[in-house]
Each structure stands twice: as structure tokens, then as C-alpha cells.
Design a protein around this ligand. Structure first.
Ligand SMILES: *Cc1c(COP(=O)(O)O)cnc(C)c1O
Length: 338
């Protein structure tokens, strides 16, 4: 089976496993795991941010960020398709008691003008606008990305209006590889950034939350309260360090392969509305009477796994374990659906 369900399906390679086996570890709840400390320091340095905390998942880093930035009777602003709204089980309400104001952006991207319109006036009877969350790349937006230049006006607006700005950077390196921006250019634009190591970079577990010292001090308390304080998790952090050292530049290959698949998918008569491919995600609709379920079943019979993204919508994600040979097979097999 060729698995294009997500870029989370990768297996650690032999040298990543070796790095894990050889990791020096300690108790991270006491701040004594040298490998976790090294991972946090590495990302702080890359993004030019003061402090960092390693967590089991990107959902947890996002939820902690929301919890620290926002509270009761307050509201966060994000695109309607964002992960924090759609795919974290309503955690913003459960963990932070916060409300959400949704923006209908373009392919998951929102503008400073849209944010400005979404900020509530200072009345007793409206939730207080406190936080803006951007996603880069935008998962449900088909892997669209923001450049640093596009984010600058949003940062300026948030500063002016006293709002915090968080980046869900589950696929931030996919964005940076395409835009050519440096990680520091993102670091200076946000109050907090969540970076996933278990997506395109191919580590088995973990995300890192970045921010200033005071923010991360509070984030560590939240992580403990959410049950995310791990002990000798340096074995996992070693895989993350390996991923940062070896798997960033090659993301471009995933992007090129996604574009080639999109070209082939575009030739299929049952397909419409293919979202432009910017990074490693390909989203398209199938025409009735086909459904995403029936199309995915056909693909499965051909040995390809994909995921439904709505009744008519299908998503493919390319990744580290999707090889050139698999690409050739996918292109040939898609031809058979003509
Ligand atoms: C995958 C993902 C996350 C975090 O997911 P976890 O599975 O909890 O690590 C956050 N945001 C986006 C956009 C994602 O795609």
C-alpha cells in the first residue's frame, strides 16, 4: 500500500533510530533531560526566540498557547478552516473557556483587514478579542503558505490593538522552504510558535512551543496540568534533532511530487475543483455521483491510501516515506481511473 493519508505516517529510518538509541536522557519534568534541552535550544536559536518547551503533540502546543494567552470571557480569532477550530476537539473552549471568532479567509489565509473587522469593540457585553491564530502552511487550505511579508501587517495590527499572535506551525518548514524566508523572520512576528516535528520532518513524536521566557514558564505549568510532562523523553527528542538536521531541505521534493500528482489528477474526468498545490498537500473534489468515499475505495483497490476531507473532497499528502518509485506507481495507477 502507498500511504498518502498524511505526512504523519512516516517510520523512523535506521539512522534516526540509532540517534534515539544513543540519546542521553534525564527527567524532563525537572528540566534534566539533556537531549530535550538541546532540542529546545536548537529551535530557540533557529527561530530567534527566548524559550521553548517540548510537548507530546501539536494539539497540546496549540492548546497550551491558547490557554496562556487567553481566558474566560475572551475570544480568539482564526480562519474557519484552522486546525485549532476544526481538529482539536473544541479544546479552546474546554481548556481555556474561550470563545472563537471565525474568519472566512482564502485557502486558510486571512488578512490584516479581515482581522481588524473581527476585533470586538470594548463593550461590557461582547467577548474581549485577545488572540489571533495563524496556520502556516494551512492544512485545510490545501497547503497554502504565508510569507513573512504577508504576516507583517497582521503583527502590526495585533501590537496596535493589544492582541497576542500565535502561529500553528505544524508545517512551518514546508512554508519556509517555498517562501525562502528564514525561521527568524517568523520568530520576530509572533508571540508564540508551535513547530511539529512529527509531520513532514518525519520524527515519530512531538512538537515544540516557542515564546518569551515568561510565556514558556507559564506554558510549562500548563503542560504539567494537561498531563504532558514526560520523563526520559529525550529518546524522542533525539529523533526530532535528527529530523531537523536531515529532513528540512528535502521537503522541496515532497512539494514537487505533490504537483506532479495534481497534474495527473487534473486529467481525471470525475475530478473537479483541484486546489492549487503550493506545498505537500493536494486537495480536490470528485463529481457526483462519485463521493470521496467511493473514490477512496477505488484508490484503495489500486493500492493507494488517501483520506476524505468532506463528502466530495479528497486529500493526498506527500512525505518522507513516499519515494520516487511510489510516485511513478501512483501516476500510472491514476491513469487507470480515466
Ligand atoms: C497535525 C496538525 C497539528 C497538530 O497535530 P498533532 O497530531 O496533535 O501533533 C496542528 N495543526 C495543524 C495544521 C496540523 O496539521
Amino acid at each position: 500500500m502507498i500511504n498518502l493519508i498524511s505526512d504523519t505516517v512516516t517510520q523512523p529510518c535506521k539512522s534516526m533510530l540509532k540517534a534515539m538509541m544513543e540519546a542521553e536522557v534525564g527527567d524532563d519534568v525537572f528540566g534534566q533531560d539533556p537531549t530535550i534541552n538541546a532540542l529546545e535550544a536548537k529551535l530557540m536559536d533557529m527561530f530567534g526566540m527566548e524559550a521553548a518547551v517540548y510537548c507530546p503533540s501539536g494539539t497540546m502546543t496549540n492548546q497550551i498557547a491558547i490557554r496562556v494567552h487567553i481566558g474566560l470571557l475572551e475570544e480568539l480569532i482564526c480562519d474557519i478552516n484552522s486546525h485549532v477550530y476544526q481538529s482539536e476537539t473544541g479544546g479552546y473552549a474546554a481548556n481555556s473557556g474561550a470563545g472563537v471568532k471565525l474568519i472566512h479567509g482564502t485557502n486558510g489565509k486571512i488578512t490584516a483587514e479581515q482581522v481588524k473587522m473581527a476585533i470586538n469593540p470594548d463593550y461590557d457585553w461582547v467577548p474581549k478579542s485577545k488572540l489571533v491564530v495563524l496556520e502556516n502552511t494551512c492544512n485545510k487550505g490545501g497547503g497554502c503558505y504565508y510569507t513573512a511579508e504577508e504576516i507583517e501587517p497582521i503583527t502590526a495590527l495585533c501590537k496596535e490593538e493589544g492582541l497576542k499572535l500565535h502561529l500553528d506551525g505544524a508545517r512551518i518548514f514546508n512554508a519556509l522552504i517555498e517562501s525562502g524566508d528564514k525561521p527568524q523572520s517568523m520568530g520576530r512576528l509572533f508571540d508564540s510558535i508551535s513547530v511539529c516535528l512529527s509531520k513532514g520532518l518525519g520524527a515519530p513524536v512531538g512538537s515544540v512551543l516557542l515564546g518569551n521566557k515568561d510565556f514558556i514558564k507559564q506554558a510549562r505549568r500548563c503542560r504539567k496540568a494537561m498531563g504532558g510532562g514526560m520523563r526520559q523523553a529525550g529518546y524522542l527528542a533525539a529523533a526530532c534533532i535528527y529530523a531537523l538536521d536531515h529532513n528540512i531541505d528535502r521537503l522541496k521534493i515532497d512539494h514537487d511530487r505533490a504537483k506532479l500528482i495534481a497534474q495527473k489528477v487534473a486529467e481525471l474526468p470525475m475530478v473537479e475543483n483541484i486546489r492549487p498545490v503550493h506545498t505537500n498537500i493536494l486537495i480536490f473534489d470528485v463529481k457526483p455521483p462519485h463521493t470521496s468515499a467511493s473514490f477512496i475505495k477505488k484508490l484503495e483497490e489500486l493500492g493507494i491510501l488517501a483520506v476524505p476531507f468532506g463528502p466530495q473532497t479528497v486529500r493526498f499528502v506527500t512525505h518522507l516515506d513516499f519515494t520516487e518509485a511510489m510516485l511513478d506507481q501512483v501516476l500510472t495507477k491514476l491513469q487507470m481511473l480515466q
